[in-house]
Ligand binder design. Structure first.
Ligand code: FES
Length: 411
């Protein structure tokens, strides 16, 4: 059976005037595109949105007049209630979560609601899950966003920036990769380039790798590599034209309720809101960026309000926000192992001294510490170049620690 590619569709558009007239709290809107009804919840300058369709039997919501906070809607069919701030149903309590739509704010002040279809394509085509043997799946950290996955006979490599600076002379590798990193790159069966920024493929063209078989694969479709290995690429909800993330499935997966059980590896590198915030729960290993500080803003801005103290305050606030977003995501997705990566760069050129000194980044240790509090059942792994994680061994250990036998190389 051929799977259809995942599509992002604009289901409702509001111009700047219509956005201005949205009231604080609940707004009901009908789309002229498809004549369907939507709810937009405005909370100061942020927005949440969903279809006006009840999870029970598809009833329409109206304002719940008993709710004095103006956050709840009530279904006209059988009175289920939904809190729009949390997108959780409060009646029946602790039951469902409403699927959110992406809210894209446009430069001209307009807004559009985007629906990803299907929202969770990895559910397609479940397979029997097989036990991983020792040494069968090994994950090796090389540097920055570059990981090597050995999955049975195959070698899969992510985002090879292995030599030289990226972004002209702007970024330099924080970690020297292992000496055999380019040999490993040449030996890879598959190379995933998550997006076209030079810290994800820099100097690939200058290495000995001959890119003779470039595949652009459709979003949200399982791509079978062999009997046991397949992968699926998903788009980013905020920057669908730029960023992607990937799910690797080795030796099958199946679902209990909506929770995944089996062997999946999720890499959400640099995505702002991967797949619109909808991702598989309970994967074996999740990898994500953590550092922030990739943008030239605000360090390269001068004059006006951009004083050093304003910049320091802004950077601190932004980094804190990123850290709590990442930790919350891990709490929601409940991966067995979490690995922060793709934040290991430094503005090392002498002319970038000011940027290097002021553009403070999050540390992987800080994120892991937060995750250890919010989601103690998830094991955190902060590798050094050449560190290897044996996934089969690690999953067999139920102490929720990375015991030395599951790791090789520098740790
Ligand atoms: S359809 Fe909404 S409560 Fe039944």
């Amino acid at each position: 059976k051929k799977m259809a590619s995942q599509k992002a569709q604009v289901v409702l558009f509001l111009d700047a005037k219509a956005v201005d007239s949205l009231q604080e709290g609940i707004n009901f809107k009908r789309s002229p595109v498809n004549d369907k009804s939507y709810i937009i919840y405005k909370n100061r300058s942020s927005f949440k949105a969903c279809k006006n369709q009840c999870k029970h039997q598809g009833g329409l919501f109206i304002k719940d007049i008993e709710d004095l906070d103006g956050r709840t809607v009530k279904c006209t069919k059988h009175n289920w209630k939904l809190n729009l701030l949390t997108m959780k149903y409060i009646n029946p309590p602790d039951s469902f979560i409403q699927d959110e739509l992406e809210v894209e704010l446009l430069d001209d002040g307009g807004l559009q609601l985007v629906e990803l279809n299907p929202p969770d394509p990895w559910m397609a085509d479940p397979r029997e899950c097989l036990v991983l043997k020792e040494g069968e799946v090994k994950v090796t950290y090389l540097t920055h966003a570059c990981m090597e996955l050995q999955l049975g006979e195959r070698r899969f490599m992510f985002d090879p920036w292995l030599i030289g600076p990226a972004f002209a002379r702007g970024w330099w590798l924080f970690h020297e990769p292992p000496a055999d990193a380019l040999d490993r790159l040449c030996a890879a069966d598959l190379i995933y380039i998550s997006h076209m920024h030079s810290d994800h493929l820099r100097y690939l063209e200058q290495s000995q790798v001959k890119l003779t078989n470039i595949n652009v694969v459709p979003f949200g479709v399982w791509k079978n590599v062999d009997e046991h290995l397949r992968f699926m690429i998903l788009m980013d909800g905020i920057h669908p034209e730029l960023d992607t993330c990937i799910i690797i499935d080795y030796k099958g997966h199946h679902f209990k309720a909506l929770t995944f059980a089996g062997h999946m590896i999720l890499n959400t590198v640099d995505c702002t809101r991967p797949n619109g915030g909808r991702l598989p729960k309970g994967v074996d290993l999740m990898m994500s960026d953590f550092a922030g500080g990739a943008s030239g803003f605000p360090m390269t801005f001068y004059g006006g309000k951009y004083s050093d103290s304003w910049k320091a305050h802004f950077i601190k606030k932004e980094r804190k926000r990123l850290l709590s977003y990442k930790a919350e995501l891990v709490k929601t997705l409940e991966p067995r192992i979490f690995c922060p990566f793709a934040g290991y760069f430094v503005e090392a050129h002498p002319s970038d001294r000011y940027i290097r000194d002021t553009n403070i980044k999050n540390s992987a240790e800080d994120l892991n510490a937060l995750i250890n509090i919010l989601r103690p059942d998830t094991v955190t792994w902060t590798p050094q170049p050449g560190s290897v994680l044996d996934l089969g061994l690690c999953l067999r250990d139920h102490t929720n620690r990375l015991v030395p036998q599951t790791l090789y190389g520098p740790t």
